[in-house]
Design a protein around this ligand. Structure first.
Ligand SMILES: [Zn+2]
Length: 472
């Protein structure tokens, strides 16, 4: 019996056609399509893009019985499954094909055998020409003129996107023995030389703080379409997909800053969330919604640290960093939802309305309120430790104790480690800003002053708050 699922993929127009050979089974079995994807904590309902799902029995195609929206039953003796997937959405977490691009997030469109998630995958890109370039963190080889990729198991394949195109821009660099690749489809990265230098700088800076990088290699997959409006980034175990378009946005100063902010944020995720991960997501359960209250760590700490590392690495100066914090604080101060629902509860509810404005004043944002809380924690730790320790010290400890061995993180463990590093508990910050809805203004002013910055605000006639930072 094979311990592999062998998958062949062909495309036609906007569709991808899959044919998979699963190990033989003498009894009824089930196949599952993920219903959400890591990085976006809401149901993606990817089965809405499935156009056909059949098994092959004695050379005949038979329709498979659906058990729920994302699960099908397969009769005994059937081991070949064929399905179609409509792939015409382009963003950092989607699957998209057109003449000069095959871009696949397997978590959208790949099946796995229920109860046999340890099965490996061998995936043949049957109609991708041999002279195209393939960008992916998956190992691959050329077999009979075809790209053939391997994945260890279900979790590995679901976290490993690829893009293939006749033309991909590429640059490589090495930091502390880790091989980094920067790929781009569509536009060439803006200010390409500086673009790569900045990647080297923030990679060095982040690795220096954590001490080690989780993998031997890492791939930045940039989708910079000339003709599609998009702004988005998604983290993966050994790679990230970052999408920005159209062309004039990519080549603007705004575009460059956006790409750098997203890139540093996504690399930080290689530690925080891909390995230091809330226990509810360890491992990922793709069959149902998996709410966690720890989005303020997963996305909040990452949002704060991503920009802080751009500053630490010298990619941006203090003025730039203050500009980014002003934008963050503006979003924070102008969202009355932060005073209605805690960021922990808002995290639990991302599955309902976390990725749209939703009901005005209902909820906070794990990115914004989470980053504000991370900043307050960072300043508190620096203050009480006399600048000896910081939130980075705590994150490094979490990497050593939880991330490396992939032990799921709990709220208790997180706040205990912060207390251990600080030398005193941060329960007031936890109770007020993670699990409570206290207004943060006074603590923000104090924390900024600790950093030599004065925080002011103006309020216009419509009640819109504009924060302003200046040197003390
Ligand atoms: Zn993120």
């Amino acid at each position: 019996m094979s311990s592999l699922i062998k998958v062949s993929i062909n495309s036609s127009g906007s569709s991808l056609n899959f044919e998979a050979q699963f190990p033989d089974s003498n009894s009824l079995w089930e196949i599952q399509l993920p219903c959400w994807r890591p990085g976006r904590y809401e149901l993606g309902n990817f089965a809405q893009y499935i156009t056909s799902m059949v098994g092959v029995q004695d050379g005949q195609e038979i329709r498979l019985k659906k058990l729920d929206h994302h699960r099908w039953q397969v009769p005994a003796g059937v081991s070949t499954i064929k399905w179609g997937f409509h792939a015409d959405i382009l963003n950092a977490g989607s699957t998209f094909v057109r003449e000069d691009l095959q871009y696949v997030n397997p978590v959208n469109c790949m099946l796995y055998k229920v109860g046999d998630e340890g099965l490996g995958y061998e995936i043949c890109l049957c109609d991708v020409p041999a002279d195209w370039t393939l960008a992916t963190a998956l190992p691959y080889e050329m077999v009979g003129g075809n790209f053939v990729m391997q994945a260890r198991d279900m979790q590995h394949i679901m976290d490993s996107p690829w893009m293939a195109s006749p033309e991909l821009w590429h640059a490589g660099y090495e930091v502390e023995g880790v091989e980094f690749h920067v790929w781009s489809y569509g536009c060439k990265p803006p200010r390409a030389e500086k673009f790569v230098e900045d990647h080297i700088a923030f990679s060095k800076s982040q690795i220096a703080y954590f001490g080690t990088f989780p993998a031997d290699f890492y791939h930045f997959l940039y989708l910079l379409p000339k003709d599609i409006e998009v702004r988005h980034g998604v983290e993966h175990e050994d790679s990230t997909v970052i999408a920005l378009g159209p062309e004039d946005k990519v080549n603007s100063d705004y575009g460059y800053d956006e790409l750098m902010s997203i890139a540093s944020h996504e690399l930080y995720h290689a530690w925080n969330v891909k390995r230091i991960r809330p226990s509810e997501w360890m491992p990922y359960n793709f069959t149902k919604a998996c709410p966690s209250k720890l989005g303020y760590i997963a996305e909040g700490v990452t949002t704060y640290m991503g920009d802080l590392f751009l500053f630490e690495a010298g990619c941006i100066d203090l003025e730039n960093w203050c500009g980014k914090i002003e934008v963050l604080l503006s979003r924070h101060l102008n969202n009355p939802g932060r005073l209605n629902m805690s960021v922990a509860d808002s995290s639990f509810d991302t599955w309902l309305d976390g990725y749209r404005p939703g009901v005005p004043g209902r909820k906070g944002s794990i990115y914004v309120e989470g980053a504000v809380l991370a900043f307050l924690c960072d300043c508190r730790i620096m203050k009480v430790s006399g600048h000896e320790k910081s939130l980075s010290t705590a994150m490094t400890l979490l990497w050593d104790r939880f991330g490396k061995d992939r032990i799921g993180l709990t709220s208790e463990a997180y706040w205990d480690v912060l207390a251990e590093v600080a030398g005193e508990r941060l329960d007031d910050l936890r109770d007020d800003y993670a699990y409570g809805v206290k207004d943060s203004w006074d603590d923000l002013v104090e924390a900024m002053a600790f950093n030599g910055l004065k925080l002011n605000k103006t309020i216009d006639e419509k009640g819109v708050v504009t924060p302003k930072l200046s040197k003390l």
